[in-house]
Design a protein around this ligand. Structure first.
Ligand SMILES: [Zn+2]
Length: 444
């Protein structure tokens, strides 16, 4: 029985800091142009797994774009397997904007600094530290645990989780659920309140390309078929479109829990629920759900013309669209209407929306693991506004939760550090994460 309550050893608490720092020092910047090299980071992880008796498999679609997959056999062969995945690449960082060099991995004043400290070399390191602690303690999980350290999450995932799902599905056999980034970090909407949003879904990606055609000609002439004007009209309509509220099960569950927590007397299942009014009443806590109560479309790129006195025959724009589960048809019909007859639209890149059940035994265990180590904290489900590798793994029938637990001090705007300047994570937060993950993964 003693083993049931024993947590990670002290070496794990040291290792998680070392691993986070050293992984940050391995520059895995992914600019999306194919020049990222995850291999040194993948080898770093693989060596440390192998030393703990967990045999890693290194997989590449493109030389240098390395993924690591390993399986830890569970004690219950009839149990379904659990996928734990984290990406090894990071977004670019400009040293001129930072107070510490983004690839220094410096540990200063109880904080690890650098690109990836939050997204998501912290989680990579926490999982690695937990697994190695199990090897020292002779711990085996109940379920098989499949570990995946992926390349290319910050771009197309074609060299990472997409490649693994397409070509190496056999390595994920038996996996029904997964955990990864973007959830279970503490959020303090006001003094005295600690929320832990756990992700149970992601909006879909609907990146669009708009093409307006018109009549080319001299800029000084009358032109009632100007492609730039047509495109600009469509882009303005799309960018300012008031998308209607569409509540998914996860978002509704989040609103229900938050309303109860704040003692707001409202029936979140009422057909005439005024969601925007409820968000107002929730104050800063509304940030958890506000980006996911409706679809969104933001124009991001415009491309037309080459000379000020020449009207081009064609003009192009790109839109970053995001869709909630179940709204795909409505989204397409709305785009047909907003673009109008003179502008064509097509999907430039499309990824499915995800929804994971919040009334599942797994969600209950994730919740319990957080509350065990922070009894004053409140777990709330939420839907991610963007996407992660979970989209690719969903093609293998794997239901994904965003669960990278961290207990952060009030005042640290953690959400702003994702892809932000001076990305950093407190050592205490990493220690909390190791304890929660150790407990959850053992009991999963
Ligand atoms: Zn990430």
């Amino acid at each position: 029985m003693a083993e049931e309550v024993r947590g990670p050893d002290t070496a794990a608490l040291d290792e998680v800091v070392t691993f986070t720092s050293e992984l940050i020092r391995i520059d895995t910047t992914n600019r999306g142009g194919g020049d990222c090299r995850e291999r040194p980071a993948a080898e770093y992880v693989a060596e440390r797994l192998a030393a703990a008796g967990v045999e890693p498999t290194l997989l590449e679609r493109t030389p240098g774009r390395t993924n690591v997959v390993a399986r830890i056999p569970g004690t219950d062969p009839s149990a379904e397997a659990l996928l734990v995945h984290g990406h090894l690449d990071v977004v670019p960082a400009d040293p001129a904007e930072w107070t510490t060099h983004p690839f220094s991995g410096e540990v200063r004043d109880g904080t690890v600094w650098g690109r990836g400290a939050v997204d998501m070399k912290n989680m990579d390191a926490m999982v690695l530290a937990v697994v190695r602690s199990w090897a020292r303690q002779g711990v085996r999980p109940r379920r098989d645990i499949v570990l995946a350290y992926t390349a290319d999450e910050e771009a197309s995932a074609e060299d990472g989780s997409g490649f693994l799902a397409d070509r190496h599905a056999v390595l994920f056999e038996g996996c029904t659920e997964g955990i990864s980034e973007s959830g279970a970090f503490s959020f303090h909407p006001q003094p005295g309140t600690t929320l832990y949003p756990i992700a149970a879904g992601e909006r879909g990606t609907a990146w669009l390309k708009l093409t307006a055609h018109g009549r080319a000609g001299h800029g000084s002439k009358v032109n009632t078929a100007n492609a730039v004007t047509r495109l600009a009209d469509a882009v303005a309509r799309i960018g300012s479109h008031p998308w209607p509220v569409r509540l998914t099960a996860t978002v509704r569950a989040a609103l229900t829990e938050l309303a109860a927590l704040y003692a707001i007397d409202v029936d979140t299942h009422a057909p005439d629920l005024d969601v925007d009014l409820l968000l107002d009443k929730l104050g800063p806590a509304a940030a958890i759900v506000e980006p996911t109560v409706r679809n969104s479309t933001n124009p991001t790129i415009l491309d037309a013309g080459y000379k000020v006195n020449v009207i081009p025959g064609q003009a192009v724009a790109y839109i970053d669209g995001r869709t909630l589960p179940g709204t795909e048809e409505e989204f397409a019909a709305t785009m047909d209407r907003l673009t109008g007859p003179d502008v064509e639209w097509e999907f430039h890149h499309r990824e499915v929306a995800l929804e994971a059940p919040v009334d599942s035994p797994t969600f209950a265990k994730l919740r319990a693991a957080v509350e065990r180590f922070d009894p004053a904290g409140h777990v709330v489900p939420f839907t991610m506004s963007g996407g992660t590798d979970a989209k690719q793994f969903s093609r293998l029938g794997i239901t994904g939760y965003g669960f990278s637990p961290l207990r952060l001090p009030p005042g640290l705007d953690y959400a702003a550090l994702f892809h932000g300047v001076d990305e950093r994570v407190p050592v205490d937060a990493l220690h909390f994460g190791v304890q929660v993950l150790d407990h959850y993964l053992k009991s999963a």
